[in-house]
Design a protein around this ligand. Structure first.
Ligand code: GLN
Length: 271
């Protein structure tokens, strides 16, 4: 890890010098190169596992936070905020798409730089990764079929509940109703298909994805009563406090100048 960081720094410095020479027609002094390394793209690049890139671990089946586009790209609130973060750090965003249950491990192992996946801050997760400030709120909500006798969280007792593996929804339901009551799925879309196919009686999932899934599937409704309220933040490896600080500083700027709000409003229409 240390070795890699050193190598990255060396590469970053080399890059900065080459860049400065190119920009100034080859006539720059080494002082210029050093100051460029400290303030410019190279400083950002040295923070991440792959030079020049910011790898975001996510599960791109979680609209409106992250989803795939028809041409094989990625979009959504988290993807756009991460794109702006990367820009501020002079890095290029790369989306590492995986099951939600893998995103924290990807960051812990250094495979990805940040976890951004409508990721809820919990005390348990804080033991494994560092979190930035919060940038959005989530609510665990309940989806049922029209005509269901489930009207609120208490009615989930004795029912089969579909959740995504490794999510807070799964953890709360397993705690409250027992693991045997919960079926876990790789992503929200498959959990919702299980509800459509009567394999489960309800799905517990974050409210904004829930709204999207209800819109996309006839015969489903979203219950008004919230199951739990939570905060979303970005997870970063505990081994890389510099990156946590850099990402958090950039995030603060994007919150303060209204960029985050603008992105959220683009995807979530005011009701
Ligand atoms: N907010 C939930 C969690 O962090 C679900 C996130 C997700 O499924 N992408 O566990």
């Amino acid at each position: 890890m240390k070795k890699l960081a050193k190598l990255t720094l060396v590469l970053a410095l080399a890059f900065a010098m080459a860049f400065t020479f190119a920009a100034c027609g080859g006539g720059s002094s080494s002082e210029d190169a050093a100051s460029s390394a400290a303030s410019g793209s190279a400083a950002g690049a040295s923070l991440t596992a792959t030079e020049g890139e910011l790898h975001m671990a996510t599960n791109a089946a979680f609209p409106p936070y992250e989803m795939t586009t028809d041409d094989g790209g990625f979009e959504g609130i988290d993807v756009e905020i991460a794109t702006e973060l990367a820009k501020k750090l002079d890095l290029e965003l790369v989306v590492d798409d995986m099951d939600f249950a893998a995103v924290l491990t990807a960051v812990q192992s250094g495979k990805s730089d940040i976890a951004m996946a409508g990721l809820t801050v919990t005390e348990e997760r804080k033991k494994n990764v560092d979190f930035t400030d919060t940038y959005a709120k989530g609510v665990q909500s309940i989806i049922v079929k029209e005509g269901s006798d489930i009207k609120g969280p208490d009615d989930l007792k004795g029912k089969k509940i579909g959740c995504q593996e490794g999510t807070t929804g799964y953890i709360y339901c397993a705690d409250d109703f027992g693991e045997d009551s919960v079926n876990s799925y790789n992503n929200g879309a498959t959990a919702v298909q299980a509800l459509v196919g009567d394999k489960v009686d309800a799905v517990v999932i974050d409210n904004n994805p829930a709204k999207e899934f209800v819109k996309a599937n006839d015969g489903l409704i979203l219950l008004d009563t919230a199951y739990a309220e939570e905060d979303y933040a970005i997870g970063v490896s505990k081994d890389n406090p510099e990156l946590t600080k850099a990402v958090n500083d950039a995030l603060k700027e994007l919150i303060e100048d209204g960029t985050v709000d603008k992105i959220v409003q683009k995807y979530i229409k005011a009701e």
